[in-house]
Ligand binder design. Structure first.
Ligand SMILES: NC(=O)c1ccc[n+]([C@@H]2O[C@H](COP(=O)([O-])OP(=O)(O)OC[C@H]3O[C@@H](n4cnc5c(N)ncnc54)[C@H](OP(=O)(O)O)[C@@H]3O)[C@@H](O)[C@H]2O)c1
Length: 286
């Protein structure tokens, strides 16, 4: 009998992480749904119990080296393998570069970029060993990892950095048979607007960027929270399942019609044409 494959997902308390953990478990992976605050585990535990899914919740804060070490050691002791790692934990910061403090920007990188670095470095030694199995690292980037946007300079920078890291890791891990996949969601119906924050100076009426900041924040909030066309988080989870089950997964998976349209435009248009498109979408009415 084949040993059960093992998956770990960061940021499983809500949104994409929660749906992905459940889908991996439904697809036969023994899934560690990791989250920094274990008190938020009720929802996923109830669903897993009702559906009799192979899923355990485990504490892991991507900013806390010790919690990562403990979680991965626990998995190593219990299962001695990790076949799938989904680096999903993340949040957003709104604010122009001038309104953002260096600390606020560093915090954004700590979670969205160095969080991925820390967890992946701990998982790789265990993952590298199982040469007999399909193993995949899925990094949740964003459309924002490929295009700039005003007032999201910190967030987009973290996702651009993640794209560069992931693409480089892709080559490094080829000799070990470990596949690296980048997922680029558009607007997804999740909790992200509630968990995202505003730069301290972003809501200062005296800021020369105040009006633009308000407009952009409102636009993104409406596109995630009130947009019936925003993609359900389950679609991201299903894309991840397709990628991890594929014999030869693609490097990049845009998710949602909005993501596919804008990323196609980015490929087809030259810089001048593309920035005009974004200016028309985000900077009109200013
Ligand atoms: N929603 C979108 O439109 C969209 C679009 C493109 C990309 N994404 C990306 O998708 C990923 C998931 O976001 P989501 O939309 O599902 O938002 P979400 O519902 O707010 O979920 C974010 C998850 O990340 C967790 N998290 C934050 N900081 C953490 C840390 N230090 N350690 C461990 N977990 C941490 C949160 O935990 P708590 O509950 O404890 O805060 C939560 O579980 C993010 O990387 C985001 O950038 C989202």
């Amino acid at each position: 009998m084949h040993e059960q494959k093992v998956a770990i997902v960061t940021g499983s308390s809500s949104g994409i992480g929660l749906e992905t953990s459940l889908e991996l478990a439904r697809n036969g992976f023994y899934t560690y749904a990791s989250m920094r605050n274990i008190e938020k585990s009720k929802k996923i535990e109830e669903i897993a119990k009702n559906q009799n899914l192979p899923l355990s919740v485990i504490q892991l804060d991507v900013n806390d080296e010790e919690s990562i070490t403990e979680a991965i050691e626990a998995i190593s002791n219990e299962k001695n393998r990790i076949d799938v790692l989904v680096n999903n934990a993340g949040y957003g910061v709104f604010g122009s570069l001038e309104d953002l403090s260096v600390e606020e920007m560093k915090d954004q990188f700590e979670t969205n970029f160095f969080g991925v670095v820390r967890v992946t470095k701990k998982v790789l030694p265990l993952m590298r060993r199982r040469l007999d199995s399909k193993r995949t690292i899925v990094n949740i980037s964003s459309v924002g990892g490929c295009i700039g946007a005003p007032i999201l300079s910190a967030y987009q920078s973290t996702k651009f950095a993640l794209e560069g890291l992931s693409e480089s890791m892709y080559y490094e891990l080829l000799p070990f048979g470990i596949r690296v996949v980048i997922v680029e969601p558009g607007f997804i119906q999740t909790n992200i607007m509630n968990s995202s924050i505003m730069a301290k100076n972003g809501s200062n009426h005296e800021s020369p960027y105040f009006q633009l900041t308000q407009t952009i924040e409102k636009y993104f909030r409406s596109m995630v929270n009130d947009n019936l066309d925003a993609t359900p988080a389950l679609h991201v989870a299903n894309t991840i399942i397709d990628a991890v089950n594929a014999d030869t997964p693609d490097l990049r998976y845009p998710v949602g019609n909005d993501a596919k349209t804008i990323l196609e435009a980015r490929k087809k248009l030259n810089d001048r044409e593309f920035v005009d498109l974004i200016k028309n979408q985000l900077l009109t009415n200013q």
